[in-house]
Design a binder for this molecule. Structure first.
Ligand SMILES: Cc1cc2nc3c(=O)[nH]c(=O)nc-3n(C[C@H](O)[C@H](O)[C@H](O)COP(=O)(O)OP(=O)(O)OC[C@H]3O[C@@H](n4cnc5c(N)ncnc54)[C@H](O)[C@@H]3O)c2cc1C
Length: 401
């Protein structure tokens, strides 16, 4: 930090913004931390599967009262040939992934309780109104630090007219439904069914669940709600009411040039979805957002915040690579049998390993030489390997470098 006392504005008070406020509030030299959130926490509605895979990152006790309603063992992946099948059809493969620190949450409650805690320890909240571009300029002028946690596309890039700099997104729908989830309450299900994306059923209890579907590729259905309805029918979860369904986009990391997450002239930093860092394979973004917040506030505490773009990239690099390769296992081959073999090879691993530890995943796949050979016997897959290990992401191609 450059000054002996500092002020900070955090724009966006969702998981990432709350993690930033927590980190800054712990730095003695900050005399004022203000969170601007356009929604009210009592009425907040989030577009999310509500799976928080590493809840140890959140400084709340893991109780139902704090929104941590289902302490899961892990997830079960189901791989099917296609969407054209009967309800009772057997999957080509299933695979159990462990996730000890994971919960299916009531995310609204988690955020409300987290905000309450911060408010009672001197963080100021200004809620219920969207920060406009004009107010944004004033905020940048007023505060020593501005942390943009406003999601994708960020208010910063909107204000600069640069939202086209995000180079990729996924689209997803979700809703909470009532039903009988007792059979798999501790092991939420993810269904791969022959398109680029997946459907999910994440029980919050034996009687209700967050369900949804998302697509990451160019091929998306014409009618999203009907696609969710069909996914519910064939995967055996209740069909949500249309008015209960949320729809939103997720950036697929790294969807933004790492250099674009820091604007030194206004001391503005982008974190979480605003920085375009959600996982490009499975769309997870909560832990990624919190990790970016922890990284940034740690750097600010050490007076080294200008290193944030490089450090964020370093933190996320393995995850970007692995997600790009995992996506390729389907996209480059479109072979359900191969995807089934890869899925089986991952059985027993943790979510952290299949998300952030390429060496572990590669070792497990190499244990099945036929599967490994088939996977890389494709120019698209080799291209992906080359691109991900030379950091050739879409944003570089988009700007022509
Ligand atoms: C359908 C769906 C399912 C998903 N499921 C999961 C999942 O199960 N697990 C997981 O880890 N990730 C999941 N994700 C991704 C995850 O939701 C995001 O990556 C995560 O919410 C990012 O958090 P964030 O705090 O960075 O941004 P956001 O959650 O987008 O929060 C941004 C905040 O900023 C506020 N804001 C925006 N503009 C302004 C403004 N101008 N003024 C004031 N406030 C403003 C918003 O109200 C919001 O509260 C899912 C995404 C979708 C769409």
């Amino acid at each position: 930090m450059n000054e002996s006392t500092s002020t900070a504005a955090v724009i966006g008070g969702s998981v990432t913004g709350l993690a930033v406020a927590t980190g800054l509030n712990n730095i003695e030299d900050f005399t004022q931390v203000t969170v601007y959130e356009r929604q009210e926490y009592d009425e907040k509605r989030v577009d999310c599967g509500e799976a928080i895979n590493d809840t140890t990152l959140i400084p709340l006790e893991k109780t139902p009262k704090n929104g941590f309603v289902n302490d899961i063992d892990g997830f079960q992946l189901h791989v099917y040939e296609s969407t054209d099948r009967r309800l009772e059809a057997d999957p080509l493969a299933t695979s159990d992934l462990r996730c000890d620190p994971g919960y299916i949450c009531e995310r609204d409650t988690v955020e409300r309780r987290w905000a309450d805690r911060l408010a009672s320890s001197s963080v100021e909240f200004r809620t219920g109104r969207s920060v406009s571009p004009a107010e944004y300029a004033e905020i940048v002028e007023t505060y020593d630090y501005v942390i943009d946690a406003s999601g994708q596309p960020s208010l910063t890039l909107k204000s600069k007219g640069k939202t086209e700099e995000y180079t990729g997104d996924m689209i997803a729908l979700n809703a909470t439904v009532e039903g009988d989830f007792s059979v798999y309450v501790n092991r939420p299900r993810i269904f791969f069914e022959g398109y680029v994306g997946y459907a999910w059923s994440f029980p919050k209890s034996e009687h209700h669940a967050n369900v949804g579907i998302g697509w990451a590729g160019e091929q998306r259905p014409d009618d999203y709600f009907n696609a969710l309805k069909s996914a519910a029918e064939r995967n055996g979860f209740p069909i949500p009411e249309r008015e209960q369904v949320n729809i939103a986009t997720i950036p697929k990391g790294p969807s933004l040039d790492p250099g674009t997450v820091y604007f030194p002239e206004g001391n503005v930093f982008l974190v979480g979805d605003a920085a375009g860092i959600a996982n490009r394979y499975q769309g997870e973004g909560i832990c990624q957002g919190i990790r970016s917040a922890d990284l940034l506030t740690g750097l600010i505490a050490g007076g080294n915040e200008s290193a944030y773009p490089q450090e964020l990239y370093k933190l996320m690099k393995s995850e970007y690579r692995l997600a790009h390769l995992m996506r390729g296992a389907w996209v480059e081959h479109e072979d359900p049998e191969l995807l089934a073999a890869v899925t089986e090879a991952l059985d027993g691993l943790t979510i952290d390993e299949i998300t952030r530890q390429p060496a572990v995943v590669i070792r497990h796949i190499l244990n099945r030489p036929m599967t490994a050979a088939k996977l890389i016997s494709d120019t698209g897959m080799i291209r992906r390997l080359y691109d991900s290990y030379t950091d050739s992401w879409e944003y570089a191609v988009a700007r022509g470098s």
